[in-house]
Design a protein around this ligand. Structure first.
Ligand code: NI
Length: 268
């Protein structure tokens, strides 16, 4: 994706993971396909295609074509994960395989990246130029209080600049944190990093440090630093430097202060 005329088109394919075959005509693409008749896992695959628009059709690639290919390749692979006689290859290796097989089946069209959402809080992403590295992101939460204030400014200027956020006794947020890492999936587990270890590292270095704290008063990081979402994101990013095993690279973090406000710090 370097040519100026290239565009990106993303198609989301929703897949219910079931060993049962869907009867023709029963598809429900809005919920999932095959239809999730019962309590069964549903994953989404976001296929981002790169290329040029065909002058005759006005399309980069027909989305029906993407759906057909992805379902044909991914549905059996997902169903295999439910079979007790087949060892699960894990999400990292599964995605690598899906990227390669969908990519081959979609030629001459080019997949820019493929993202597998295994839950609303975790996704894996394969980028053509990065393989065999796979990206993995997870969301975490912490609640904290803060006060936006600059002691060098007058009370009037602080109030004008920060408004209600300058309240002397602070106010709270339920922060969401997304941590994006990259690495080569383990050949046995298919994981970039054991998930328990991932959570333990984030808990130890971030959540336990900031959760249920008043950032200005309890956390030395913000004793002389205004705890805006921008500064919180930068502090979190710096605290996560060097905490992962050598084969895992910290790629980016995102902090949502509210659903409408998010700050991202990228290493790439
Ligand atoms: Ni605030």
């Amino acid at each position: 994706m370097s040519k100026k005329t290239d565009i990106l088109l993303t198609r989301e394919v929703r897949l219910a993971i079931t060993a049962l075959e869907s009867a023709p005509g029963e598809a429900n693409n809005f919920a999932a396909n095959p239809p999730p008749n019962g309590v069964i896992p549903v994953v989404t695959l976001n296929v981002r295609m790169a290329g040029r628009v065909n002058a005759d059709t006005g399309m980069l690639v027909n989305i029906k074509h993407i759906d057909q290919i992805v379902r044909r390749v991914a549905a059996p692979a997902m169903a295999d994960m439910l079979r007790p006689d087949i060892r699960s290859i894990g999400p990292g290796l599964l995605l690598t395989e899906l990227f390669q097989r969908c990519g081959a089946a979609l030629v001459p069209y080019e997949i820019n990246d493929l993202t597998l959402h295994v839950s609303p809080w975790m996704y894996f992403q394969a980028n053509g130029g990065e393989l065999p590295m796979i990206r993995m992101a997870q969301r975490f939460e912490f609640s904290a209080a803060h006060r936006l204030h600059n002691p060098d400014f007058s009370p009037e200027k602080n109030l004008e600049l920060f408004g209600k956020c300058n309240n002397p006794n602070g106010h709270g947020h339920n922060y969401e944190l997304e941590v994006l890492v990259g690495g080569q999936p383990d050949p046995h587990s298919g994981q970039i990093l054991p998930l328990a270890q991932f959570q333990r590292l984030i808990n130890e270095h971030i959540i336990d440090v900031f959760d249920h704290k008043h950032l200005n008063l309890d956390c030395p990081e913000f004793a002389a630093l205004n705890p805006t979402v921008e500064n919180i994101a930068q502090i979190i990013f710096s605290k996560l430097q060097g905490v992962f095993p050598a084969h895992v690279k910290l790629l980016a973090i995102k902090v949502w202060e509210t659903p409408k406000t998010c700050c991202e710090v990228r290493a790439y």
